[in-house]
Design a binder for this molecule. Sequence first.
Ligand SMILES: Cc1cc2nc3c(=O)[nH]c(=O)nc-3n(C[C@H](O)[C@H](O)[C@H](O)COP(=O)(O)OP(=O)(O)OC[C@H]3O[C@@H](n4cnc5c(N)ncnc54)[C@H](O)[C@@H]3O)c2cc1C
Length: 484
Amino acid sequence: MAVAEPALADMGQAAAGDLQVWGDACERQPAVLRQFDGWGNRVDEVVYPDAWRRLAAVAARSGLVGLAYETDTAGRTRDDARLVQAALCYLFAPSTATYLCPVAMTDGAARLLSDAGGVGQAREVLEHLISRNPGEAWTSGQWMTERQGGSDVGQNAVVAKRDGDRWRLFGQKFFCSNIGCEVALALARPEGAAPGTRGLALFLVRHDGPDGSRNRYRIDRLKDKLGTRAMATGEVTLEGAHAELVGAAERGFAQMTAMLNITRLHNAITAAGIMRRAVMLASAYAGQREAFGRKLEAHPLHREVLAQMAAEADGALYLTMRMAQLLGRIEASSADATELALFRVGIALAKLYTAKQAVAVASEAIECFGGQGYMEDTGLPRLLRDAQVLPIWEGTTNVLALDVLRVLGKGDALDALGAELERLQAPERDEAIDLARKARLERGDTGESMARRLAFSLARSWMGGLLGAAGAEVRPRDIGLPLR
Ligand SMILES: Cc1cc2nc3c(=O)[nH]c(=O)nc-3n(C[C@H](O)[C@H](O)[C@H](O)COP(=O)(O)OP(=O)(O)OC[C@H]3O[C@@H](n4cnc5c(N)ncnc54)[C@H](O)[C@@H]3O)c2cc1C
């Protein structure tokens, strides 16, 4: 990690300077959709402010995606690459108007194309996705959700039809973030394939078709969103868009899951970053603002609130970095079976817990500023708006809690987690593991209805253990919002 220190120091400095200025500029001037050119031709071009391109250049140059795919002279990936990447992204995220969303999806796409062996167009696309040269770097979208189902993608209706040795996609995608992307990975059902998730295949859709002209998809409109306003999300109609199959047709859903592991990690990084920003602002304000004759920080009750917020922020950071460490070891092939099992359950826990808590901490930070916290020009409302999407996309809290239940129900994930909590001497570990055993024994509705409580108690215990083992200053017992 010492080798990464200069890059981290640079990113930290940029986060308080240029990145913040550009992020604010993007928020003031969100992207717009230009549907027609001056001659009435349909162009569906997303027009971004210059500041957005500057953020993109920093992301590429800093290797926010590329770093995880770089190898040494022997062709090996460093097993701490994900940790360094996560630390850089953590510093980058809070200032940059949700630019980490394109980074996350690009990283997910790169992982997938890299795992699929990168043949044909896919190889060329991968090089662009991981490039550190801003002039060559591309970003990716991920087009899964349709009107009838986001969590329930098995209902997907977009169809893939063969066209010689190529494919064409027909239908509608309802949520396409980073819609100005050069490529997207889209789930579609090849004609005649099975219903449900089994019949879904994954396709690479380029912005431009094989002859260089605009590929055949329409951007119907940009969504009018509560937050993440600078990061354009579109609704898309595929009108025979040229597409390339990625991996085996029957592995579409499994590949999507691998991609989600990456985007869920970025989600947790963003959540932890938002919490850190919220705590820093609230703590700084408490050192300046006076009420009832003393600084806010001198009031025991206000100090208590700040301590609880700090515990959430630190806990989120430690759990997220533990996931980055595990992912790095898995990708470098140095992880053992226990670490694999731990990551499988941990990534769902980290995403669901940190996302939910980011909303609570951002909300509390607004209250810490009193009436001014509610004012747009403080930048605080934006933190809350941007946090609110984190529990929704990349798997809602319920969907992930059910995933945790499923993972614990088979294989050795529960043993792996039990051993991790024991090693860390995590608080309330026996209660959390007992609850997991109970939920595992229950079938059907009763088990499902316990899933969220179970996930939260496991995550809390794990974070408390990580904080305790690291000798962190915050009190592990403070973890567990809502703040009381
Ligand atoms: C700003 C934004 C950007 C997005 N960008 C993208 C994108 O780029 N690409 C993309 O593919 N998608 C994107 N999405 C879509 C997002 O992933 C979905 O909205 C999300 O997966 C939830 O799906 P849904 O909207 O269909 O809600 P539903 O699945 O209908 O969920 C509604 C509620 O039901 C609950 N629920 C669902 N199933 C169960 C169950 N089995 N048990 C218990 N509770 C359940 C959920 O937790 C939720 O509370 C984006 C969403 C937003 C808000």
